[in-house]
Design a protein around this ligand. Structure first.
Ligand code: ADP
Length: 307
């Protein structure tokens, strides 16, 4: 095999109580990538849409991640990557992660799968380092493994795949505003109180228990964030109203997706997820903000080959 075409999905990181450690994989929104081996040993990148993204393989996260993987495997091959972006950069649903994870997954497939999906995570993380200065795994892990993932530890890296209840749906609303990564980082505080920590780790444990036991009520009660959300939500217009409306419409819980500005909600069943999207949309419809809404089942599989 010399060429492969894949769908590389969007992901929701943090999931309220799991800042920097939890993520889940979406199914209906993602990038398409064509990856082929070439005879000249260099990496080249072509972007079909996604206006301002770099095509320099040292700057595009797909190139950075591919280079890290090829170096590890000791392969002196050329790779050409064509990216059709379905995920807007800076939307907070893992745009850079889809490209990083997709690139290493596809190259690994073409080379006959020398590594397992989990073993690809560190190379995809190098792409994330290039995008944000921080080699985080909370988007690339669910893109590569599917479902929900927990980064139990960064040093040494240990990522755990978690089960996802069959009827769990995500609704994501992306208001078209730009939040600078520097701003979303600078509003955070270095310290948390013991009380906040107790609440947060109670909820994190609760959410994970809910995923294992298909307990939708427990999942909903656990989707709370007392540490990051109160600080970051001020950067997202009408966040509180959107969150309130999502819950009124029947969502189990609602919070900031990644570092925003997208807001996610989880619901039991497709019908409620659609209603949640409608209620969320009505909040922004009264403002001058443009927005996109995505409704998606949790994707248990992650990146996949497409025809
Ligand atoms: P998200 O918040 O959706 O994960 P990020 O803010 O992490 O998106 O990533 C966007 C940053 O990564 C931008 O600075 C963008 O220029 C850079 N970048 C480099 N290559 C890519 C790529 N292939 N896809 C998306 N973003 C990329």
């Amino acid at each position: 095999m010399k060429q492969i075409k894949i769908f590389s999905p969007a992901t929701i990181a943090n999931l309220s109580c799991g800042f920097d450690v939890l993520g889940c994989c979406l199914d209906t929104i993602g990038d398409e990538m064509k990856v082929s081996l070439t005879d000249t040993p260099r990496i080249s990148i072509e972007i079909i849409n996604g206006a301002n993204l770099p095509t320099d393989p040292e700057k595009n996260v797909a190139g950075v991640a591919t280079k890290a993987l090829l170096e590890h495997l000791g392969k002196n091959v050329g790779v050409h990557i064509t990216i059709t972006k379905g995920i807007k950069a800076g939307s907070g649903i893992g745009s850079s992660a889809a490209s990083s994870a997709g690139a290493v997954w596809a190259v690994n497939q073409i080379l006959g799968s020398p590594l397992k999906a989990k073993e690809l995570i560190p190379f995809a993380m190098e792409g994330e380092r290039a995008a944000s200065g921080n080699a985080h795994a909370d988007n690339v892990a669910p893109a590569l493994l599917g479902g929900f993932t927990l980064v139990r530890s960064y040093d040494p890296l240990e990522v755990i795949g978690l089960p996802s209840p069959a009827d769990l749906y995500a609704t994501v609303i992306h208001p078209h505003i730009e939040i600078k990564t520097s701003d979303s980082r600078s509003v955070l505080k270095k310290n948390v109180t013991l009380e906040q920590a107790i609440t947060q780790w109670g909820n994190l444990g609760g959410l994970i228990a809910g995923l294992y036991t298909n307990d939708y009520g427990l999942i909903g009660r656990s989707l709370k964030d007392v540490i990051i959300e109160p600080l970051r939500s001020i950067l997202i217009p009408a966040f509180k109203e959107v969150q309130y409306e999502a819950v009124i419409a029947g969502a189990l819980g609602c919070g900031i997706s990644g570092s925003g500005p997208s807001i996610f909600a989880l619901s039991k069943g497709r019908e409620i997820a659609h209603k949640v999207g409608q209620f969320m949309g009505e909040v922004y419809a009264t403002t001058k903000l443009d927005y996109d809404i995505h409704i998606s089942k949790i994707n248990p599989e992650g990146i996949r080959v497409i025809p």
